[in-house]
Write a protein that binds this ligand. Structure first.
Ligand SMILES: *Cc1c(COP(=O)(O)O)cnc(C)c1O
Length: 379
């Protein structure tokens, strides 16, 4: 059998993407501005969020989100952010990079932060909660929002998996102080690499625009003196910043991907339903529920099985390449101080696998995956 079914496979409407990129090349403008601005406007329209700044990755977005919140709110080194151990390392590295401490709370049946454990992990040093909508699920987000309000904590939403997710028919997260999306190639609104940072307030949005471009403040001089742009070089530098902004070639891909985001997510939900229906009566397969009123982007389709490592090897031999989302982060060296504090996350980490989930899968592929999983999942 030479069939190979990958976990993820990005899908681009090549001709439409090339037409967008051609505009950049013809104009001689591939950098910041032009298509990046167009995409920011379209993203705000799509999500209903007030601000959006396009970046070269969501990792940089998370780093900037935590750094700006810390500075603007006067947090001290070693202040704490409650976070999940079941995520890609970008999430928790952002906390460490700002010299803050990740305090891990366990996950619930949706594999998102469990509000009950979040409450237990609050200390006098807690400043914020970092929530990851795992696989596109909103989990108990409304409960987390309540806790943040009651305890006067900031809210960061790592929405890397959530492009297109809706809760009660709306894009969730307006309650967050900052939301960060990923448009990395295998995420739901694919480009090559890029992301979006959406602050709730205008001041932070202004700061992130400067910090993402080396701290340069071009506006002051341009506004006060140079109406014709003759003094473009005469900018001030307000922060020690980064080179983290997005560019017009990536934004070209993003504009096309956004156009098809809802259609593509609908297909992902169809694939998920095929999996759900097929596994519903399998005693050895535990399904992950989607939160009530959540229309998930279905970035992932995860199951829990007794023999995960063995099953993955058998699926590989059959030409199917699943993934694992994620290893419990407290298993990693820099987070080992929290090892053993999140028992359900550890259980999931040992038993979960993510089945292929992307828009290139055919119904026949999905049926083949289902049959092969059923054949090899242990009795
Ligand atoms: C992919 C991912 C990121 C990082 O996104 P990039 O755009 O690749 O930097 C952050 N958090 C989670 C949960 C992710 O899955």
């Amino acid at each position: 059998m030479d069939r190979k079914i990958q976990l993820f496979a990005p899908y681009f409407r090549t001709d439409e993407c090339l037409a967008q990129i051609k505009e950049c090349l013809d104009k001689g403008w591939t950098g910041l501005g032009f298509k990046t601005v167009e995409f920011e406007e379209k993203w705000k329209e799509y999500t209903g969020l007030p601000f959006a700044h396009y970046l070269n990755s969501s990792t940089m977005g998370l780093n900037l989100a935590v750094e700006i919140l810390k500075e603007e709110n006067g947090w001290a080194d070693d202040d704490e952010i409650i976070t999940t151990p079941l995520t890609f390392i970008s999430t928790n590295h952002a906390i460490l990079l700002s010299k803050l401490k990740p305090m891990f709370a366990d996950v619930d049946k949706y594999l998102c932060l469990d509000p009950v454990d979040v409450l237990r992990k609050i200390t006098p040093k807690t400043r914020a909660i970092m929530f990851v909508g795992l696989g596109g699920n909103t989990g108990q987000w409304p409960e987390i929002v309540k806790i943040a309000r009651e305890h006067n904590l900031k809210l960061i939403l790592d929405a890397a998996h959530m492009a297109g997710t809706r809760l009660n028919g709306k894009i969730p997260g307006t309650e967050a102080d900052v939301i960060v999306y990923s448009f990395q190639a295998v995420k739901n609104c694919p480009t090559g690499d890029s992301g979006m940072i959406c602050f709730k307030d205008a001041k932070s949005d202004e700061i992130v625009r400067k910090k993402a471009w080396l701290g340069i403040n071009k506006d002051t001089y341009a506004r006060s003196v140079s109406k014709d742009g003759a003094y473009k070089w005469m900018y001030d530098v307000e922060y020690v910043g980064y080179k983290a902004h997005g560019n017009s070639v990536m934004a070209s891909l993003a504009l096309v991907s956004l156009k098809y985001l809802d259609v593509d997510n609908e297909y992902r939900r169809k694939v998920a339903k095929m999996y759900d229906d097929a596994f519903a009566d399998c005693p050895n397969i535990e399904l992950i529920p989607i939160a009530p009123d959540c229309e998930s982007s279905r970035h992932l389709y995860q199951i829990l099985v007794p023999n995960r490592d063995e099953l993955i090897l058998k699926l590989n031999a059959a030409g199917i390449y699943p993934g694992v989302h994620y290893r419990d982060n407290t298993e990693y060296r820099m987070y080992e101080y929290a090892r053993g504090t999140c028992p359900y996350a550890k259980y999931v980490s040992d038993h979960t696998l993510s089945l292929p989930m992307h828009v290139r899968l055919t119904e026949e592929d999905v049926k083949y995956i289902i049959d092969t999983v059923k054949k090899y999942v242990s009795e």
